[in-house]
Design a protein around this ligand. Structure first.
Ligand code: DLL
Length: 431
């Protein structure tokens, strides 16, 4: 089912709509947000200079630091009394970034999350358990109102208390699970520990997002729960969840382009890259009232695919996010993304999807250690088998990322589990 006819608009019509909205948002930020007025003046631009979508390239970027420097409300385009909700992204590094919504923004948000959940296959008869935390994080409330909007029955379970999550799934006949992919892995693990088969819980669909995950983890989740696992993408600054999501084809995430105008740039030079090339995703919000953002650098790495999708939607699809520009580790001069490590590990039998990367520097030399948990069902009394497994992982890592890693196999269940986003990298060089 398609939630909104606009998702099937012919490209020319979509571009006409985008241009109209782009002109309007540039004019609005110029008038309402002193920060943007200053930026446009610095680059010698006035709103009427935006005459085509190609002119977007001339506009200056906005970055996370701009939000921090204008903390908390400096980039808002409406007075505080018009805002009805505030969210913020966790400030693990520095100040949190604060986002505000008008009534209309909240309506838009529900509509867009509505698209994401309907394209993933949610039906009004579904009982949907939301295991994202409710609070300043946008995950809980964002999914909540979107799912209510499409008429599903929402169970706002929030994150954590995993045994209780399992009881709710059984007692309330939950059919759809909403969480981070890593939390879903943990739910499956706890289920098995208390003697439940996750595939017999009656779940038919999983909606996962908020952190990068690989095809291997998808396969693992689908096998464990016996359901379809779909990916959805968003970020607080842009709106929260609801920016893009997979349809039943599971072949790229449809971006709601009538609200978010995407570009891919080379993160080094800032130059726009052609369709299909991998680079940093940059988004201009076309309809947001509270916090409109012009050419916001997401730091997420992906590529855009404009080919029509067999599902009937014409909106551009983004590849699954492969990492973040600030995720990239430079180890002995070699660029390494945690997602590459994950891909290697997920192809090896005997290891669980739980791993940790530890980077350190000793005697001016970077050390790269990968700690990998053995799979729950991996049992061998032989030391030699463990040695062989360790060597296999080391060789595969070497051949894919071209550096020698120290591989440490650890006992099943010894790495920390989380109900939110996984933290897999510990870089001691920057601590
Ligand atoms: O994580 C919004 C969200 C909530 C999306 C629930 C989907 C579901 P933030 O906390 O601001 O917002 O984090 C945004 O998370 O820039 C990406 O790096 C990462 N991210 C979000 N979704 C995905 C995804 C929410 N599907 C940051 N795949 C983004 C990979 C994702 N990374």
């Amino acid at each position: 089912m398609i939630w909104d006819r606009i998702e099937t608009l012919p490209r020319e019509e979509m571009e006409i709509l985008q241009l109209e909205r782009l002109k309007a948002v540039v004019l609005r930020v110029y008038r309402k947000v002193p920060f943007y007025r200053g930026r446009l003046r610095e680059s010698g631009l006035k709103p009427p200079d935006i005459r085509s979508l190609a002119d977007l390239q001339n506009l200056p970027f906005t970055v996370k630091e701009d939000l921090r420097e204008n903390y908390p409300y400096g980039l808002f385009a409406v007075p505080l009394e018009r805002l009805v909700r505030i969210h913020a992204s966790s400030g693990t590094t520095g100040l949190p970034t604060v986002v505000g919504y008008t009534k209309k923004d909240l309506r838009t948000w529900s509509e867009l999350v509505g698209r994401v959940v309907v394209q993933a296959g949610v039906k009004p008869r579904d009982v949907v358990q939301i295991c994202f935390s409710y609070g300043l994080f946008t995950g809980g409330f964002g999914l909540h109102y979107g799912l209510e909007r499409v008429g599903a029955t929402v169970v706002p379970a929030s994150a954590g208390n995993t045994q209780r999550q399992l009881r709710l799934i059984q007692d309330f006949n939950t059919t759809v699970l909403v969480s981070t992919p890593t939390y879903a892995l943990y739910i499956a693990e706890v289920a098995r520990e208390i003697g439940l088969d996750p595939s017999k819980l009656g779940l038919r669909l999983g909606l996962f997002g908020s952190e990068p995950w690989s095809e291997g983890i998808r396969d693992g989740l689908e096998a464990a729960f016996g359901f379809k696992a779909t990916d959805n993408y968003g970020m607080s600054e842009l709106i929260g969840p609801g920016v893009a999501g997979e349809c039943r084809m599971q072949n790229g995430l449809h971006i709601s382009e009538d609200h978010f105008l995407p570009e891919i740039i080379d993160p080094e030079t800032g130059e726009q890259l052609p369709p299909g090339a991998e680079g940093e995703l940059v988004i201009t919000t076309l309809t947001k009232e509270g916090l409109p953002l012009i050419r916001y650098r997401t730091r997420d790495l992906t590529a855009l695919d404009y080919a029509p999708c067999p599902c009937g939607r014409t909106t551009v699809r983004m590849h699954r996010v492969s990492g973040r520009t600030d995720d990239m580790l430079i180890i002995r001069g070699v660029n390494v993304f945690p997602s590459q490590v994950e891909e290697v590990l997920m192809e090896i039998d005997g290891v669980s999807p739980h791993y940790r990367i530890i980077v350190d520097r000793r005697d001016y030399l970077d050390e790269f250690e990968v700690q990998v948990e053995l799979a729950a069902d991996y049992f061998t009394g032989a030391f030699r088998d463990l040695e062989t497994l360790e060597r296999t992982i080391k060789e595969r890592l070497q051949s894919i990322i071209q550096i020698t890693a120290k591989v440490k196999l650890v006992e099943y269940r010894s790495l920390e589990r989380t109900a939110g986003k996984a933290k897999r990298v510990i870089d001691k060089r920057i601590m």
